[in-house]
Design a protein around this ligand. Structure first.
Ligand SMILES: [Zn+2]
Length: 186
């Protein structure tokens, strides 16, 4: 299986609304598998379909072994507020503090179409909110204050020069090659 190129800030698909998934077959399963593989290769904890150039309403998440494929997810309950630093695989090496709910209940479907709910707190809840935002064209930088957002975008203008266009190609993961598995980019 090959890794999917990751779309970077500036690619219009990151700002588009996704489309509800209605077919739960082998194509969907293959896409979910490729997204997990791509997310792990990028040392991320979440990846949404628009980040790999797809319009399906789905995201994958793995926060400390809590692994979910969220098809057509929606937040049905949110409570509490907490600020913490976030990053995004589509805006590599740019960080910003974002206020999020500390607990969310997400309703979604799995790859077979079966509905489920997950009650998440802390980092998992934050990751769910970040990924579900992606499915509606929203990025974490949108939450930053005007000045912080401007600084983040200026930083990105410099960083993006290392990429060709708005696509980032990953190298396959080699076991033991990289000890820095503590990054929380999503
Ligand atoms: Zn992201």
């Amino acid at each position: 299986m090959s890794l999917l190129p990751i779309r970077l800030l500036g690619d219009p698909i990151l700002r588009e609304e996704t489309v509800v998934v209605t077919e739960f077959g082998d194509d969907l399963r293959s896409l979910v598998d490729a997204m997990f593989e791509t997310m792990y290769a990028a040392s991320g904890i979440g990846l949404a379909a628009p980040q790999v150039g797809r319009r399906e309403r789905l995201a994958v998440v793995d926060v400390e072994g809590a692994r979910y494929a969220l098809i057509n997810p929606e937040i049905v309950l949110a409570e509490g507020k907490e600020k913490a630093e976030e990053a995004c695989l589509s805006v590599p090496d740019v960080y910003g503090v974002v206020e999020r709910a500390t607990r969310v209940v997400v309703r979604a479907q799995d790859v077979t179409g079966a509905p489920f709910e997950v009650d998440a707190t802390d980092l998992l809840a934050r990751c769910f909110q970040h990924e579900i935002d992606h499915l509606h064209g929203k990025l974490f930088i949108d939450y930053l204050s005007y000045l912080k957002r401007r600084a983040a975008l200026a930083e990105w203008e410099e960083l993006r020069k290392q990429y060709q266009g708005t696509v980032r190609h990953l190298k396959p993961v080699t076991a033991g090659e990289d000890g820095s598995s503590t990054t929380t980019d999503d």
